[in-house]
Design a binder for this molecule. Structure first.
Ligand code: SAM
Length: 446
């Protein structure tokens, strides 16, 4: 999954020795915080802000759009080369600018969404531009290559609001839930979050959670809403589930039910599942179409979670095929075993996907895989894993990526090891945010 837009900003102070009292960060900027700059906004960058320039410095501007002329107020200035700013006044608006549908978003307000001020079509275009830029700049791919040039990010069913089936809301010291201000620990109190499925938002927001540090909420395919209270260290302390039609919450089942690819899946309460209600379904379709799995194929599903892609591809591999799902997390492996129980050709291996483990796994398989699917976390698979995978000469390597920068770096590693990008689709699995999910097909060159 992509970085959780609701997650708190990670402390920059990590790794420094403990010191008594509250420490301010070393400022290496030029003291511009609070200054208002009139700038012409340039292209969008990875992360959702736009790039502008003022007095020889780069200014990363939020709440703006490429081509706009805005007054940008500097919010952070810690580096000599650049500072961060919010567009607080729009002097010349871009055609894609719209009224924000969420009353909590805007400069200095809730930090959950990046692009509430952008039309949905405009968001799709911006995301495609970011993916193209990362693939050319970090991946070394040719911008004129039709696979890159013609990328269009596809919307998922349901529109840009009420898509979020899982969320983590922060709770302030006063017990009021909300989301964090951008790059801050402050909690902005919320009565609603319009990108979250209504029953989930209602279960958490507009009520008090005294003593909690955060509340996780998830809605399963049957409409049951599970809330998990976490303490200030992020440790879950209690979980309740409210089933549709029930008046009182009950103890939760260990696993939630999810639906994708025409079947049901069990997922651990805290285990990975796509946040967007329709994303798992769309990704299963895209992965199935890209892999072209045939009867008798050996398929690797790396970073398999609850076995979503391996389970979806196993019927095509048939009884003479073999599907090996590899996942590090023990609970996810248990869920994958339950999900694959009726597919004798599918098996689950628990362990880290790294170059050494993968080499050992390939030796044990005693042959080359025909098809590899990998869906790594945000940091990507890394060059060493890509090199080992390219060394198999698998017919198709399908890479599901939640971070275009990681995909760009890993695409460069595949290219260096003799694989070319043969197909690419983008999915708007995180509307109103700058995040995007990609499915890339790599095949042996030549
Ligand atoms: C983006 S999720 C994908 C899950 C699954 N493909 C799906 O769509 O439901 C990434 C998964 O990789 C697992 N993971 C993270 N690092 C790993 C590693 N080094 N080796 C194996 N699994 C890892 C996580 O536990 C998580 O389940």
């Amino acid at each position: 999954m992509g970085e959780d837009p609701a997650a708190p900003h990670r402390s920059q102070a990590r790794g420094r020795p403990l010191q008594r009292g509250r420490q301010t960060r070393p400022e290496r900027g030029l003291g511009w915080v609070g200054r208002e700059l009139t700038v012409t906004v340039g292209p969008v960058a990875h992360g959702g802000h736009c790039v502008a320039r003022a007095e020889g410095r780069v200014v990363f501007v939020r709440h703006a759009l490429p081509g706009e002329r805005v007054v940008a107020r500097v919010t952070e200035d810690r580096q000599p080369g650049y500072c961060r700013a919010d567009a607080v006044e729009v002097l010349e608006a871009a055609p894609d600018r719209v009224e924000r549908p969420c009353p909590y978003s805007g400069p200095g307000r809730c930090g959950g969404c990046d692009w509430q001020h952008v039309s949905h079509e405009g968001q799709l275009r911006l995301k495609a531009g970011v993916v193209r830029e990362q693939l050319t700049r970090l991946g070394g791919l040719d911008a004129a290559d039709p696979v890159v040039r013609d990328l269009a990010v596809e919307p998922l069913p349901g529109g840009p609001l009420r898509w979020r089936s899982r969320a983590r809301f922060a709770v302030g010291r006063d017990g009021v839930p909300g989301l964090r201000r951008h790059r801050s620990h402050d909690v902005v109190p919320l009565e609603d979050c319009p990108i979250t499925v209504e029953s989930a938002a209602r279960a958490v927001l507009g009520r008090r959670w005294p003593g909690a540090g955060a509340v996780d909420v998830a809605v399963d395919s049957a409409g049951a809403v599970t809330t998990t209270r976490l303490d200030r260290r992020g440790v879950p302390t209690s979980t309740r589930v409210l089933r549709p039609g029930a008046d009182v919450p009950a103890e939760p089942a260990r696993r939630a039910g999810r639906r994708a690819g025409g079947r049901d899946w069990e997922v651990e309460g805290t285990g990975f599942w796509q946040v967007h209600e329709s994303a798992a379904d769309a990704l299963v379709d895209a992965v199935s179409a890209s892999t072209g799995v045939r009867a008798g194929d050996t398929v690797l599903d790396l970073y398999a979670g609850a076995g979503l892609f391996g389970g979806a591809l196993a019927p095509a591999a048939g009884e003479t095929g073999r599907v090996v799902c590899v996942e590090a997390d023990a609970e996810a492996c248990a869920a994958a075993e339950a999900n694959l129980a009726r597919l004798p050709q599918a098996e689950v291996w628990q362990g880290e996907v790294d170059a050494e483990g993968l080499t050992g796994l390939l030796e044990e398989l005693g042959g080359t895989p025909d098809v590899v699917v990998l869906d790594p976390p945000r940091a990507g698979a890394g060059p060493a894993v890509c090199r080992v995978l390219a060394g198999t000469r698998a017919r198709a390597v399908v890479y599901v990526a939640c971070d275009p920068a990681s995909l760009g770096r890993d695409a460069a590693a595949f290219a260096a090891a003799g694989y070319r990008l043969a197909g690419l689709r983008g999915f708007d699995a995180f509307p109103m945010t700058a995040h995007v999910e990609c499915v890339a097909l790599f095949t042996p060159s030549g």
